[in-house]
Design a protein around this ligand. Sequence first.
Ligand code: UT7
Length: 331
Amino acid sequence: MQRSRILGLGVYLPPRRVTNDDLAKMFDTSDEWINQRTGIRERRYAEEGVFCSDLALEATKDALKDANVRLDEIDFIILATLSPDVHFPGTACYLQKKLGIPGIPCLDIRQQCTGFLYGLQIADALIKAGMYKRILLVGAEVHSSALNFTNEGRDVAVLFGDGAGAAIIGASDDQNRGLLTMHLHADGNFADILMLEIFNISKKPYITHKSLDEGRQFPKMVGREVFRVAVTRMPEVIQEALQSAGVDLNEIKVVIPHQANLRINQFVAASLNLPEEKFFHNIQRYGNTTAASIPIALKEARDEGLFAEGDLVVLVAFGAGFTWGAGILRW
Ligand code: UT7
């Protein structure tokens, strides 16, 4: 059976660095509080006027170069984000316009922190079915425009950063390389635990001055509940993936987890009895970039030489929905 493989990766991080001390000038927080609970020291914010599709465009250019694939070879675009350019149409359409490749299908997916893994599964299925040959998968976020920089929103505001990561997915020439398995889950019973309402479509009108005054344009989260469920589901789904691929945990070269909280990932490593060095982290520098976090981390880990051709790599994510998943790649 044809396998799909990541042919190349791209990253774009906006240049503006915002440290914990910078945030402490806006509301009551401290570098100590943020670092102790999350591991985050700084994050990047896009400037005024920059869209999600702009970050996605830069990450795409980087990925095309990395994959040595021409733009005109791309035959499908999947874009994962929770901070789209506009409510509709999808941001993949805006990215396609900026790339200048009209005509090919564009798909937005809304699986938040698990978006890149859902996108990878979709791309894999389309390639295995022989329908498309070179799929562009991008995770991109502009969180900084939708955070509440007051004491009321500080629990969420300190966590998130902007950025984009892209992958070019194609058929693998070597049957032993590529995506070996992917396991996705969701539980909508937890949908309201971490969400951004903005509007209420059941109301006429669906956005009011009152709803804005109430801060419904900002994300809200029951942080402790997210933490509690994440540290259960992430090891569980890694085990599920290992079992399905017939791979032993000791054979894994590196785990690339979604970067939501360093402490969550340390819990996951401990509960699997895996040395912490096997888990790659860059949350210290970027915060949680949601759909972008896994492709950014994957590229950085590869460039640092933490894995190479033939190595087994685990990808794992958990986030709003709740959605979660894990996959295993043979690089
Ligand atoms: O991809 C999924 C994204 N989300 C996550 O991964 C979130 C997972 N959860 C977490 O990471 C943690 O729950 C947080 C880091 C968000 C919060 O840590 P916590 O230990 O669960 O803190 P808490 O919400 O229980 O709040 C403890 C205290 C509270 O004050 P009081 O009531 O004890 O006086 C908060 O008001 O910390 C206060 N607090 C803050 N203090 C300084 C909340 N946010 C902040 C802040 N700076 N930014």
